[in-house]
Design a protein around this ligand. Structure first.
Ligand code: TYD
Ligand code: MG
Length: 460
């Protein structure tokens, strides 16, 4: 008997679009060499691959918007308030959270801590495909858990077959399931190796479908590649409700978790933890830790207030400008976008008449935090200039503002909050965009508003 031919599809690992044929370039997003072959389970067609995401529901049915029942199940606190913050206020029943990060950064530790807290009020299950049960127990011991007590009652499972895991869950119905990690799982319908694109996609699809059908919250651990993206296709990010990333490197003192995507809260929200000998501890006042107050003002250092998610955060931007012999000077950033620096230097040249084409420029955000918003433009330029001229900026100064290509200083969101955060930490002087000037004065803070780069440069 002739075996039915195995069907395959080609999925773009950048945008998740799928095609029946291979091509060198994704016609959806334009990425080169991003199509990877996936084997579809036998009997599967493109159509039921789409419904595998679990949102397709049962038979076709039409509902009127106002008649949709909105259940207001309260969110469950994870016991770690910084984790609750990135989740948008706690766990949402039936949601699927993907959590990525470098090896050794603390993914397993964070989830084990969460399970140990929550298992007192709801049935929880920890599925480990990566470590032995003994390793998990040793970690719990390290966290200071009394294994003879209530926390020792947590249920564990060492299993890598998605079908077996879900079959067990259908019987026991945990309210919270942790899968550590998706790269170790395999589904039985596919012959591909665990960790391959097709296994990741199918395994995640099954977990998502299960979560939606049974209202189970699932945490999925995912590894990241060298470039910092989740290993495997970006489609995983599309399939889940929330994507959290551990930022920075495992050797840093503090761990920052960012919500890259969140259907139930603000994207870009960050949570800050310190790794101690008893696991991760939330840092409740992160502004204080990213600031390193210098004994004396140093050249090239500027404090800014960034707003990642909904919380204002004080961070220090440091620049070093050094003469570069020969052509091709370097522009290097850590924690900021490199292309943005090149653009800012062009604006400084054109509108501020300060040329740095014979200088190397290095820019760093202290403390390993990554700044993704444009409010760091003006502080970055002032830090560069301060280093170039070897002239420190005055103590107690904070700066924020976006710099436009015409040299104009543009407003940023949440100006009032940023100023309030600066005043709270004892800053006395602020340089901000004119359009961010608050209506009422802020106690203890002298504010200078600028509308063009030249005005800001004149101030120094
Ligand atoms: P782990 O949580 O296993 O990271 P991941 O699952 O992301 O690979 O490991 C976290 C690191 O933190 C590991 O190197 C050991 C360390 N650690 C502590 O410093 N204190 C602790 O209490 C624990 C449990 C781990
Ligand atoms: Mg781990």
């Amino acid at each position: 008997m002739a075996r039915a031919k195995e069907k395959s599809a080609f999925v773009c690992q950048e945008c998740g679009a799928d095609f029946p044929k291979w091509a060198g370039r994704c016609s959806e997003c334009g990425a080169w060499n991003s199509l990877a072959e996936i084997k579809l389970p036998s009997g599967s067609s493109h159509q039921n691959t789409a419904s595998a995401t679990g949102y397709a529901g049962g038979g076709p049915q039409i509902t009127i918007l106002s008649e949709v029942r909105i259940s207001d199940t309260p969110r469950e606190s994870t016991g770690l308030d910084e984790l609750d913050r990135v989740l948008g206020g706690g766990l949402v029943p039936g949601s699927v959270v993907l959590i990525g990060g470098d090896p050794g950064i603390g993914k397993s530790t964070l989830l084990l801590q969460t399970l140990l807290t929550l298992q007192a009020n709801m049935p929880c299950l920890y599925v480990t495909g990566e470590e032995s049960l003994q390793q998990v127990a040793l970690r719990a011991q390290r966290l200071g858990v009394d294994l003879a007590g209530k926390e020792g009652q947590l249920t564990l499972m060492s299993e890598t077959s998605v079908e077996s895991i879900l079959a067990h869950c259908a019987r026991q119905l945990p309210r919270l399931l942790v899968v550590d990690s998706i790269q170790t799982l395999h589904t039985e319908g596919l012959t591909a190796a665990p960790g391959s694109v097709s296994q990741l996609r199918e395994g995640t699809a099954q977990l998502v479908r299960f979560a939606k059908r049974h209202d189970v919250t699932i945490f999925i651990v995912g590894h990241v590649t060298k470039e910092g993206a989740l290993a495997g296709p970006r489609v995983l990010e599309h399939m889940v409700d929330t994507v959290l990333y551990f930022e920075g490197d495992p050797s840093a003192r503090f761990r920052v978790i960012r919500a890259v995507k969140n259907r139930f809260g603000a994207a870009n929200e960050i949570g800050v933890f310190g790794m101690t000998d008893r696991g991760l501890k939330p840092v409740s006042n992160p502004s204080a830790i990213f600031l390193s107050r210098h004994e004396q003002p140093v050249a090239g250092s500027v404090i800014t207030v960034t707003r990642e998610g909904t919380r204002p955060l004080l961070v220090e931007v440091q620049a070093l400008v050094a003469e570069h012999p020969g052509g091709n000077p370097r522009r290097l950033t850590v924690g900021l976008e490199q292309n943005r620096l090149a653009m800012l230097l062009a604006v400084l040249h054109r509108h501020g008449q300060i040329a740095l084409y014979d200088q190397d420029v290095f820019l760093n955000v202290v403390g390993g935090v990554r700044v993704t918003e444009t409010a760091a433009d003006l502080p970055s330029l002032l830090a560069v200039l301060s280093s170039f001229r070897n002239r420190p900026l005055p103590d107690g100064l904070i700066v924020f503002g976006e710099v436009g290509l015409a040299g104009e200083i543009r407003p940023v969101s949440g100006g009032q909050e940023r100023l309030a955060e600066a005043a709270k930490h004892g800053f006395t002087h602020a340089i901000i965009p004119k359009a961010n000037m608050p209506g009422r004065p802020i106690d203890g803070l002298t504010i200078t508003a600028v509308s063009h780069l030249n005005q800001a440069l004149d101030l120094l």
